[in-house]
Structures are given as C-alpha cells and as structure tokens.
Design a protein around this ligand. Sequence first.
Ligand SMILES: C[S@@+](CC[C@H](N)C(=O)[O-])C[C@H]1O[C@@H](n2cnc3c(N)ncnc32)[C@H](O)[C@@H]1O
Length: 331
Amino acid sequence: MTRSQSAYVTIYGYYGYRIATHAYTAGRDESAHAAMTKPFKRLRDWARERKWRQAVRGVLVLLRCYARGLVLLIQRPRVAQELQNREQKIKKLESSLAKKRRKVRRLEKQGGVRFGDLDLRRLDPISRNFGVDRGRPIDRYYIQNFLTHQADDIRGRVLEIKDAFYTRKYGGGRVDVSDVLDMVEDNRQATIVADLTRADNVPSDAFDCIILTQTLHLIYDVRSAIRTLYRILKPGGVLLATFPGISQISCREAGSDYWCWMFTQLSARRLFEEAFPAGNIKVEAHGNVLVAIAFLHGLTVKELRREELDYHDPDYEVLITLRAVKPGATP
Ligand SMILES: C[S@@+](CC[C@H](N)C(=O)[O-])C[C@H]1O[C@@H](n2cnc3c(N)ncnc32)[C@H](O)[C@@H]1O
C-alpha cells in the first residue's frame, strides 16, 4: 500500500465509517451503506489478489478505527454530561451578562454616572437643574431627613410654601388645617397669596407650624420675610426652614432674577437671631466635599452611598436646616 492509499484508508475508514453509519442507520442513504462496506470489500479484494501486506495493513487500520469508535462510545456519556454542564454554565453567564447589560442600559437611561469616569475638568455640569431630570436631588435627602426628625412639629394649622407636599407627607393626622402660601397668583394650590416681605393680608399668630423649604434664598429682603414668619407664627409655633449653601443656581432655566442668596450656618443663625430668641433656634449644616461636588454636578441621591451622604464636614455646607420656636405658652 502506498502512503496515500494508507492515508485514504485511515481517513475514509474512520470518518467514512462514522458518516456512513449515521446515514445508513437513519435509513436515508443507500449509497452510505455501500460506502460503509467499501473498506471491507477492498480487504476482500486484496485477499483475493493475495496482496497480503496491504490486506494486513487494511485490517490493522480498520481495527484501529473500530477501537477509536469503541473508546468514543464509552466516553460518550461522560463527554455528553460535561457538555451539558458547560452549556448550563454558558446559560448562567449569558443571563448574568444580560442582567448587567440591562443595569447599564437603565443607568445610561437615567444618566447614571460612575465616579471613576467623572472628569473634573469638564465645564458643563451633568445636570443644570439640581439633578431633578435624573432622580432625587441630593439636597432633598437632607431636607426630608430633617422633616422626618421634626415630624412631631408638623401639627395643628400648618403653612407651607408653594404646595402642601411635606405637610401631607410628614404631618399626617396631626394636621388640622393645611395652608399653602405663594406670591404667585396663578398657583392653584395657594390658599394664601402674599409676598412674605410685606404680607399684611396674613393674620398674626396664626400658624402652629410653618414649613419653609428652599424659599428664603429667593427673597432679597430676607430680614422682612423673617419678621413676617415670626409674626404669623402662633406663640409656641415652630418654623422648619431649609436653605441652600454650596449650590448651582440654575439661572439659565429659572432666569437671572431668581436666586439671591447662599447661606451658611452662621449667616442663617445671625439672621434668625434678629427675630427669634437665640436659645429657640437650632441650626445645622449638612454635606462634605464629595456631596458638594456631586450636588454641583447635579448628581442624585442614588449615586452616593448613605454613609457618604451622612458624613459631615463643617467646611462644606451644602444644605442648612433651621428650627426656630416663637416664644409662648405652648411649645
Ligand atoms: C423653590 S419653591 C420652594 C418651595 C417648595 N415647597 C420646595 O420645597 O421646593 C419657592 C417658592 O417660593 C415662592 N416665593 C418666592 N419669593 C417669595 C416671596 N417673597 N413671598 C412668598 N413666596 C415667594 C415662589 O413663588 C415659589 O413658589
């Protein structure tokens, strides 16, 4: 047998046999049967022609092919099991990849930011309206924490600015009357239309609680507004106020005739001490360098960890909270 003959027999014998077996047993191809029996016929021919060396080699090749087939047959269940395991692993990996892709897509949709990717040299913030377009603004985290802690103060007749959102959320059943004040006449939620700097139409000693969130910085004549707040509180009534410290001012959206002041813990205290007794005022600042940067960029609460939000660094006052009580009979 020549070299090419031997290769032919080997290849034919092995693959031909496997292909032919499949085709034949599937009963689809008669020529496959011929192909399968061809090596044997060849052997028979060599034997008839007394080509013993070729015949012996042919027998050896066939034996080797059958031996391989036998090994494959024995190994099949183990290989099949392994294949199944791997397929399951691939499925698991694919599903976890799909989950991660969904998460990335969700974050991208919400404009989520990975801090490692935040370029501090960028000149444009990520959001120009405090992150409202992307989620819950960071200052609202402190405002809501503050109101949660002071929820017991929100009772009786309660006045809030612009809408009654926090009155409803934190006052619950303790609130008898809920009023909303705005100087904008077309605010349908307003039960009182007045400018806090000269609110003569608002009765004195009227409210058990005033919720004044993120408003005072918009009023140029802060002192007059504080005097009004003091006047319209009932004796023993409580003012719950919050003010921006380090902040963007969103003037491109709101207009330049909008934002007057940024406060510090000290300026808020000094201003309110002009109207309320010093001992009745409690002022706190919230934030740290990370919160300040994040808030300036318009990142949102979900992009910071709770321990990051709660970490207090007195050098970075992002939000100021103030509780002031008007002296009187009932606290
Ligand atoms: C940014 S909103 C803040 C209130 C809202 N509850 C909050 O927590 O976001 C400010 C509101 O204060 C009102 N405002 C501004 N200056 C005022 C003034 N001098 N007297 C009364 N309301 C005023 C604005 O019309 C606006 O409705």
